[in-house]
Design a protein around this ligand. Structure first.
Ligand code: UT7
Length: 342
């Protein structure tokens, strides 16, 4: 058998025998609320500027001793409950994050211990704000092949730990939180129909954390230079975000064989209301199709789409058989979109 015909029939069989479903979702945000009024006391900004330029009114901050793995474990417990899955059923844990508890071991291993999923393999995935959609696609492959029956995908961040609280350009934008999904092949659940991913490493400088990695290890100079905090070229990121989110959405919809008008709920990365509005307009989506919760949480990076999916579902914004479009972009640059039949 030649290679081409072998791989084509193999793929066909995989998709038919093991479709991948979202069997349950859950999320968790920390209790502490930081309002725009609080930020007015910390940097030269105003509630008016933040709301009009971003739509954000408040965000959640983890407590000092609360780590990304704590947020992740709480979101995971809720997703497991929603799916009716116990910890010993989980075969694999993927944690998408850019704020791991430590560089190593992986946050996924720490979550494994916290939820008691002793059988599960575990690793972290880094695709910044696109991480949850990347995680869904990676996790789906194990379900499609039949290698695993139950995969836990989590997007979790404590962005406050890498925020420069003296930089008004970035500190008003971000927040902490976690969202999770259980993947299984299960006909009574919500099928992931398509995922479209992409990246452009030529734009890696737009959002970065310059020091603490192998390129620029921690030193007195990196600390003095505030190089352990997130840096961003907001204006360029803004422009790129609109283009790549539109393209990723169109690709995913095309592969799913549906038009934007057929989508019941669009769940975009919750970075900035102006970005979401521009993407919706370019896609010719109606405002009532789009779910937003950024006013409450700001940009929670890899957790953003996962938290929004959970809130949209629990709030009755997603009905059975609705098509749901998830779309995100982030540092890398990286981007992704997914279509789910709920
Ligand atoms: O997950 C991906 C993460 N990144 C993003 O999604 C960010 C994408 N970018 C954005 O959302 C927007 O570019 C921002 C919200 C970051 C900034 O909005 P903008 O409309 O692009 O503002 P700008 O950067 O063009 O700045 C306009 C002005 C500047 O003052 P000058 O130079 O015109 O005097 C800034 O210094 O606004 C000033 N500014 C602020 N003023 C009050 C910037 N941040 C603040 C602030 N409060 N917090």
């Amino acid at each position: 058998m030649n290679q081409k015909s072998h791989s084509a029939s193999h793929e066909k069989n995989l998709v038919k025998s093991h479709p991948c479903h979202i069997a349950g979702v859950g999320s968790y945000v920390p209790e502490r609320v930081l309002t725009n009024a609080d930020l007015e006391k910390m940097v030269d900004t105003s509630d008016d500027w933040i709301v009009s330029r971003t739509g954000i009114r408040e965000r959640r901050l983890a407590a000092a001793g609360e780590c990304t793995s704590d947020l992740a474990a709480k979101a995971a417990a809720r997703a497991m409950q929603d799916a009716g899955v116990t910890a010993d059923q989980i075969d694999l844990i993927i944690v998408a994050t850019i704020t791991p508890d430590m560089i190593f071991p992986s946050t996924a291993c720490l979550v494994q211990q916290k939820i008691g999923a002793r059988r599960a393999a575990a690793f972290d995935l880094e695709a910044a704000c696109s991480g949850f959609i990347y995680g869904l696609h990676v996790g789906s492959q194990f379900i499609h092949t039949g290698a695993y029956r139950t995969v836990l995908v989590i997007g979790a961040e404590k962005i406050s730990s890498i925020t420069d609280w003296a930089d008004r350009n970035t500190c008003v934008l971000f927040g902490d939180g976690a969202g999770a999904a259980i993947l299984q092949s299960r006909a009574d659940a919500h099928e992931i129909l398509t995922v479209s991913l992409g990246a452009d490493g030529t734009k890696s400088g737009l959002i970065e954390l310059p020091a603490g990695g192998s390129k620029c290890p921690a030193s007195p100079e990196t600390i003095a230079g505030r190089m352990h905090f997130l840096r961003m070229d907001g204006r360029e990121t803004f422009k790129n975000a609109i283009n790549v989110m539109c393209q990723a959405s169109k690709d995913a919809l095309k592969h799913a064989g549906i038009e934007v008008g057929q989508v019941g709920c669009i769940i975009p990365h919750q970075a900035n209301q102006r970005i979401v509005d521009a993407v919706s307009e370019k896609l010719e989506a109606k405002p009532e199709q789009v779910f937003l919760n950024l006013q409450k949480y700001g940009n929670t990076s890899a957790a953003s789409v996962a938290i929004a999916l959970d809130e949209a579902y629990r709030g009755g914004r997603i009905k059975k058989d609705d098509y749901v479009l998830l779309v995100a972009f982030g540092s890398g640059l990286s981007w992704g979109a997914a279509v789910i039949r709920w």
